[in-house]
Structures are given as C-alpha cells and as structure tokens.
Design a protein around this ligand. Structure first.
Ligand SMILES: [Zn+2]
Ligand SMILES: [Zn+2]
Length: 209
C-alpha cells in the first residue's frame, strides 16, 4: 500500500487561493476557496484525516487554522469575516488579511446571520417590529425580550381565541361535553407555540382537533 501523503500537501491541493472576493467586504481580498467536498448541512469544507486508524471528517477551515496558525484558542470559534463558509483563509497574504478570526461563541453568534443575531443588531423582532420601550416586554424568568406587537397578533389569532373559548366552556360545563381523555390543555398549548414560532396561521383543523 502507498504511504499516506503528508496532511498539509493533501490539504493544499484542495484550496484555490484565487477564490471569490467577498461582496460585502471586498477589502479582504480573494477567499481561499475549498474545492473538495462540503458538509451539505453547514456548507463548510470537509477534510478527512486518519486518526488512530479511523477516518475522521473535520471542518476544513479548522484544519487550516491548525496547519498554518496553531491550536484554536480554547473557548473560541472561527468566524468567517468574509461570510463565505467555503473559505479557509487563515493567514494574511499579499492580497489581503486573514478571513478567519477566533472569537468567543457569543461574538460569533452576534455577528452571524441567525434571526436572533439580526434582532440584536437591528433592534427588531424576527417579524421586523422595532423594540421600542413601549413595544418591549421584559420577563424576570427569561433573558430574551418579547415583542408586544407579536404578542398582540398572537392573542388575536384563531388558535388562541379557540383555546380561550374551550377553557371557558370547560370551566362552565365541568368538561362534561368534552370527550374523556381528549385533554385539550396540552394540545392547545402546542398549537399556540407553533403559531408563535413559525409565524403561519394555524390551520382550522389543528386548532379544533
Ligand atoms: Zn474568505
Ligand atoms: Zn414583533
């Protein structure tokens, strides 16, 4: 069998140092674009290493950091300044600075594209309502803010009103007209939660089930 080639040589042949220039940050210069396989779920480059007889796939940009810079500092994640997940540029070169920077998880999240990160940066909820003092509900038991406008929308929704009607009816009638074991409580809770999270109006069938 052929000797395994050095990791660094195998790695470098999969990198195009003349990659795309980031649209949002052209001053960073071209990415080092990963040209081999990627993780389908995250879009990060995938590089396999043999560790103790086992083939271990790893994020290519993390391998790049270890190969060219050193161990990734404890408690940090590599943030893509270029927002190109296929980029492995961990070093400055003649055409620009490094595109990857070790930052704490919190900083990485705040810089990211996740709706909650955008909400913090733009001071708006996921539906785009501004967090003015009047529109912000702070709760003692939760670190996150709640949008009053969204809460109002939710409380006008069919699912919520149906739940209220049921609650009132079962209180009056002692639940006699409810089929035994139908337990409307938990089911309605899950319907309300669904309408809170995905923003789509709950269907009439699921609300009255
Ligand atoms: Zn890049
Ligand atoms: Zn809102």
């Amino acid at each position: 069998m052929a000797q395994p080639r050095p990791v660094r040589a195998r790695f470098e042949e999969k990198v195009n140092r003349d990659g795309p220039i980031p649209e949002q940050r052209p001053e960073l210069g071209p990415c080092w674009e990963w040209t081999a396989g990627r993780y389908s779920n995250t879009g990060y480059g995938q590089f396999g290493r043999r560790v103790g007889g086992k083939w271990i796939p790893t994020n290519a940009h993390r391998i790049a950091y270890e190969l060219y810079v050193g161990p990734i500092p404890e408690g940090t994640e590599l943030d893509h300044l270029c927002r190109n997940r296929g980029c492995v540029k961990v070093l400055a070169d003649g055409r620009g600075p490094a595109h990857l920077e070790p930052v704490t998880r919190q900083v990485n999240m705040l810089r990211g594209e996740h709706p909650s990160a955008l909400a913090v940066r733009t001071n708006r909820c996921k539906r785009g309502h501004e967090y003015t003092p009047e529109n912000t509900i702070l709760r003692a038991d939760s670190p996150s803010r709640q949008c009053r406008e969204c809460k109002n929308i939710h409380q006008r929704s069919e699912a919520y009103l149906a739940a209220q009607r049921r609650r009132r009816a079962s209180r009056k009638g002692g639940g006699a007209h409810e089929a035994p074991g139908s337990s409307p409580g938990p089911e309605l809770t899950s319907v309300s939660l669904m309408s809170m999270t995905d923003g789509s109006p709950p269907s009439a069938s699921s609300a009255s089930r």
